[in-house]
Design a protein around this ligand. Structure first.
Ligand SMILES: [Zn+2]
Length: 76
């Protein structure tokens, strides 16, 4: 799979820290599986991962706290 952004890079399986801005604070999800361009660093998440991030966002949106740090592997 080639990178859609720079067209020259190769997308390789990797892990990324994902930041979500909530109304009341921030959600930080560590170790999110993704494909990352070895040239420009652009990362792409699969549909199932995006769905999981949305689910986590909904859960943590309701909790009144400033910053959450979640490990994707433990949450999935
Ligand atoms: Zn690229």
């Amino acid at each position: 799979m080639n990178c859609l952004v720079c067209k020259g890079g190769e997308m390789v399986a990797s892990f990324e820290t994902y930041f979500v801005q909530l109304d009341t604070g921030y959600l930080i999800i560590e170790n999110v599986p993704c494909f990352k361009c070895d040239q420009c660093g652009e990362s792409v998440f699969s549909m199932s991962v995006v769905k999981k991030i949305e689910d986590l966002t909904k859960i943590y949106k309701k909790v009144q706290s400033k910053i959450f740090i979640v490990d994707y592997k433990q949450a999935a």
